[in-house]
Design a protein around this ligand. Structure first.
Ligand SMILES: NC(=O)C1=CN([C@@H]2O[C@H](COP(=O)(O)OP(=O)(O)OC[C@H]3O[C@@H](n4cnc5c(N)ncnc54)[C@H](OP(=O)(O)O)[C@@H]3O)[C@@H](O)[C@H]2O)C=CC1
Ligand SMILES: CC(=O)N[C@@H](CCC(=O)OP(=O)(O)O)C(=O)O
Length: 311
């Protein structure tokens, strides 16, 4: 028995990577629309209602439209867009953090945003354990490869090939803030500084902690110990040992697809400051890899099947 899958937006950056990860998976059968039909509403509706699982790799408005087109059918939906991440009736698809059961039984699963994946992986377990305060105004400094902005940003970096660094989100209203705040019950949205560098893929998410000024925070060693325990059974998330921390974190222009995520706890040595850092692939655990992980869980399959975990 195969499961019928339709990727709406299969020609886009995230959709293509999902298709690549599904190639050779005999458990699944893909419904494919040709180029002339891929934006045709009637053809999409038919594919969306015939599929057992639809994976939406669309802009937010088109993702909302796809959900409406599929309504009334039993189709289960994984939405890679930010349209439904804090919506009622949707499971947040971060199995390590929000649990597998809700995803396994859900009709609707929202795939986390790429930046929130790094932020929530770091801060979520520590707030939950009471080792970091929920009422602290966190800051998040992050760098992404340009594929994070989809075909439009890939095209821009191709045209303006001299762009080395791009800071954005400067008006402080980034669409990822609600899921960063609400998923783990923070009192305030983080102050978020995203940026893009001249690399196709890859992401560094850095959360600086002025520990000595934070009532209710603990030492970096406790933070690292808690994260290590939290992710000890994960094949996808690795917490790097305090004794083995690299002195620099690099993104490579030629990096290949990777569905893992590495977490680091850096320490000032005197207990006053720490930096929590996540390194991931915006198209891996940040999007397409996470969608495949959620699909596996929804279909009762081992969750790492088909993922690119070696680097
Ligand atoms: N890139 C990344 O790293 C990540 C992306 N995401 C999210 O995933 C979603 C897809 O992003 P991404 O793949 O990067 O974007 P792209 O722009 O690369 O791809 C989007 C695709 O959707 C198609 N599309 C647009 N409107 C419609 C429509 N009405 N009907 C059918 N197809 C349509 C586009 O076609 P056309 O080009 O012809 O308009 C394009 O092929 C977005 O919501 C994004 O925010 C989430 C996490 C990370
Ligand atoms: C570099 C870049 O532009 N990144 C995107 C986020 C990519 C992502 O996570 O997609 P979602 O919007 O679906 O969450 C941005 O900042 O809007």
């Amino acid at each position: 028995m195969t499961t019928r899958i339709f990727i709406d937006g299969a020609a886009g950056t995230t959709g293509l990577e999902i298709r690549e990860r599904l190639a050779g998976r005999s458990e699944f059968e893909l419904i494919v629309l040709d180029d002339a039909q891929r934006k045709d509403v009637d053809a999409r509706k038919q594919a969306l209602t015939e599929a057992e699982v639809a994976i939406l790799c669309l802009p937010d408005d088109a993702a909302r439209e796809a959900v409406a087109l599929a309504s009334g059918s039993d189709t289960r939906i994984i939405d890679a867009s930010s349209a439904h991440r804090v919506a009622q009736g949707w499971a947040y698809g971060f199995p390590e953090l929000t649990g597998r059961d809700a995803i396994a039984s859900a009709q609707y699963v929202a795939n986390p945003g790429c930046y929130p994946t790094g932020f929530l992986a770091l801060v979520g377990p520590l707030v939950k354990a009471g080792l970091l305060p929920a009422d602290w105004p966190y800051t998040v400094n992050a760098v992404s490869g340009y594929s994070g902005g989809g075909n439009a940003l890939i095209g821009r970096f191709a045209e303006e090939s001299d762009i080395a660094f791009r800071a954005y989100g400067l008006s402080l209203g980034h669409k990822h803030l609600p899921e960063m705040q609400q998923t783990i019950g923070l009192a305030h949205p983080p102050v978020f500084s995203p940026s893009v560098v001249h690399a196709h893929r890859g992401m560094v998410v850095d959360v600086p902690l002025p520990l000595s000024a934070m009532t209710g925070a603990t030492s970096a060693a406790f933070l690292e110990g808690e994260l290590t325990g939290f992710y000890e059974d994960s094949e996808i998330v690795t917490v790097r040992k305090a004794s083995d921390l690299p002195s620099e974190l690099l993104l490579r222009e030629g990096a290949t697809a990777w569905d893992g995520m590495d977490l680091y706890v850096y320490d000032s040595g005197d207990g006053s400051q720490a930096r929590l850092v996540a390194v991931l692939d915006n198209l891996g655990k940040g999007a397409s890899g996470a969608a495949i992980q959620n699909l596996n869980i929804m279909c009762g399959l081992p969750e790492t099947t088909g993922l690119a975990l070696a680097r």
